[in-house]
Design a protein around this ligand. Structure first.
Ligand code: SF4
Length: 236
């Protein structure tokens, strides 16, 4: 899947570059260059842009993150606009953002102090029969095992990170404003997680997608081993 995300990232960057390559072709042709030079000029522009995007994602290190995010954002929106004509699978652009960002973070981002890390989870992880109001007091959870919130609280305690429940994108932004974490480890659906990662920038984020055994937004689940792996990469 990481290979597919990388391909989609490149495709999105190429789609974004295409109008500029066409403009360059028209400009070169208007100033009198022949078809071959115009074509080569346009191809060179596209190739250099894709190379810059791949460099920012791979070898520039964490100093290249602003450039990487510029390309990540443009690639995402280019794929979203052409999702249907390109016959992409559902949530391909969103998964591309999450996976490219996670690979970048794991490779380049230095670890953070544990108490500066916020573990942010969606309220749809809470089992629908549970009556505790976790958005006000997450410790109201009795860790009964009916949903993954109890295990996530155990991870919070084990790693010494902060934890909060968000009821949606607006609530997540408010929590980030209030807590001002050094880094976010987030669990969410493809849409919320990809937009959250892009919105949170420059605050670094690493994300784990939730699972939908009962369909979207209802009694969702998460692989807590993967969340533990993410925390062990970044928490010191
Ligand atoms: S683990 Fe916590 S949040 Fe989940 S159902 Fe049990 S008490 Fe409620």
């Amino acid at each position: 899947m990481a290979g597919r995300s990388r391909l989609l990232f490149v495709l999105g960057v190429f789609v974004f570059t295409f109008p500029f390559a066409v403009l360059l072709y028209v400009f070169l042709s208007a100033v009198g260059y022949g078809t071959m030079i115009c074509l080569l000029g346009s191809l060179l522009l596209a190739a250099l842009t894709v190379a810059a995007a791949l460099l920012s994602a791979g070898t520039l290190g964490h100093g290249g993150r602003p450039l990487f995010f510029f390309f990540l954002r443009t690639s995402f929106w280019a794929l979203k606009i052409l999702e249907r004509p390109l016959r992409l699978r559902p949530f391909d652009p969103e998964r591309m953002v999450v996976e490219m960002n996670n690979v970048f973070m794991e490779k380049h981002w230095p670890s953070s102090r544990a108490d500066g890390i916020l573990l942010l989870i969606p309220h749809c992880l809470q089992n629908h029969v549970c009556t505790h109001r976790l958005t006000f007091d997450i410790d109201a959870c009795e860790r009964c095992g009916r949903c993954p919130v109890g295990e996530l609280l155990e991870l919070r305690d084990r790693f010494g990170v902060k934890m909060a429940v968000a009821t949606g994108g607006t609530a997540a932004r408010r929590i980030l404003r209030d807590v001002r974490p050094d880094m976010v480890v987030a669990v969410a659906c493809p849409r919320d997680l990809s937009l959250g990662i892009l919105d949170a920038h420059p605050v670094p984020a690493w994300g784990q997608l939730n699972e939908w055994p009962e369909g979207p937004c209802f009694d969702t689940w998460v692989d807590t081993d993967e969340v533990a792996r993410g925390l062990s990469v970044f928490a010191r």
